[in-house]
Design a protein around this ligand. Structure first.
Ligand SMILES: [Zn+2]
Length: 341
């Protein structure tokens, strides 16, 4: 359920830990909030920043005082947010030393409008080596009234030295029923749409809320599914054309190309689930009939192998191999449809 005061859905353990830290005055110099994308890491960091500055004196964020409101609107002078940024069309790939130098200058000053300065690093795994070494020195013992909150969905990439100086808070994917209940009862989303979004969200409330706010997300996903279905029965020539299209998208917008691959993966995984007779577990609820028909053309082995090929391609694209070669190979490996029954 939504925690009454923090308004965080399904992360009661994390909220309880932070509330206890606040009540007992044992706020850490630095927190590391760990969890998959879109599960609410940034919202939790914002709530902690609010609790640390709220004037309601309950050590819980009231969400209505000037401090809480200004933090929600991201206009509070003492809350700084650092992340990998997009400048001049070229994507910066790291949080650099420049940001940490700015932090060093800030922490020696008194907070300007609130009682605590909060420095939030979104995607802390992207700190450059130089930046993380410099940050390490600051988070070891910052002047009072400064709290660091690092957020990451990839704990493996956080240096052990940073890990050892942060209090770790884990967030998890939450239950589909919690998300469904929230969409139906708090947001009044029509049932069919709510069920689909809750299923596709895979436990990520943030993703579900984005899908409600921006119908484009579902539209793009439909296009990706339809494209894969077309490719499955099209000539090699057309497959190579699509490979070149997606590889261009990959250089231009990496995360969108990643989403496409992820959507294709869900299609093949769903076909495998159907093959094993577990139709209630299918992710793409609205494509069940289509996938059921498609799955008749392939054997379990063919589908399982192709699913592995997509997972392998995802890994290769992550490690910067030539995107076009990788996608061409992926399409070349598409199993030939044959009547498997
Ligand atoms: Zn407040």
């Amino acid at each position: 359920m939504i925690n009454n005061t923090w308004e965080i859905l399904g992360q009661d353990g994390a909220v309880k830990r932070l509330t206890l830290d606040l009540i007992h005055n044992r706020i850490a110099h630095a927190y590391l909030i760990v969890g998959p994308p879109n599960v609410g890491k940034y919202t939790l960091a914002t709530r902690l920043a609010q609790a640390l500055n709220c004037t309601s004196n309950d050590r819980i964020p009231c969400l209505s005082c000037t401090q809480c409101t200004r933090i929600s609107k991201e206009i509070h002078a003492d809350i700084s947010i650092y992340h990998v940024s997009q400048t001049n069309g070229s994507r910066q790939t790291e949080i650099g030393i420049g940001d940490v130098r700015q932090v060093e200058r800030k922490v020696v000053l008194k907070p300007y409008e609130g009682s605590n300065r909060v420095l939030i690093f979104r995607g802390a795994e992207h700190l450059s080596e130089e930046a993380s070494n410099a940050l390490l020195k600051v988070i070891e013992g910052p002047p009072p009234q400064n709290v660091f909150i690092l957020l990451t969905d990839n704990i493996q990439l956080i240096p052990a030295t940073i890990l050892s100086r942060c209090r770790r808070i884990d967030l998890h994917a939450i239950g589909e029923d919690l998300i469904l209940d929230h969409l139906l009862n708090n947001m009044q989303i029509p049932e069919t749409e709510a069920r689909l979004i809750a299923r596709l969200a895979q436990g990520r409330l943030g993703w579900a809320l984005q899908a409600v706010a921006n119908p484009e997300l579902i539209r793009v996903r439909n296009e990706d599914l339809n494209q894969m279905i077309r490719i499955m029965t099209s000539s090699l020539e057309i497959r190579f054309e699509v490979a070149s299209q997606i590889s261009r998208l990959f250089y231009h917008n990496r995360s969108e190309a990643g989403n496409t691959l992820n959507t294709w993966k869900s299609l093949w995984r769903d076909m495998l689930i159907i093959k094993y007779g577990n139709e209630t577990d299918v992710e793409n609820l609205d494509y069940l009939d289509t996938f059921r028909n498609q799955s008749l053309n392939y054997s379990r082995t063919q589908i399982a192998h192709y699913l592995k090929d997509i997972i392998k391609a995802e890994g290769e694209l992550e490690s910067n191999v030539n995107a076009r070669t990788c996608l061409e190979a992926l399409f070349l490996n598409l199993p030939s449809p044959s009547n498997q029954g």
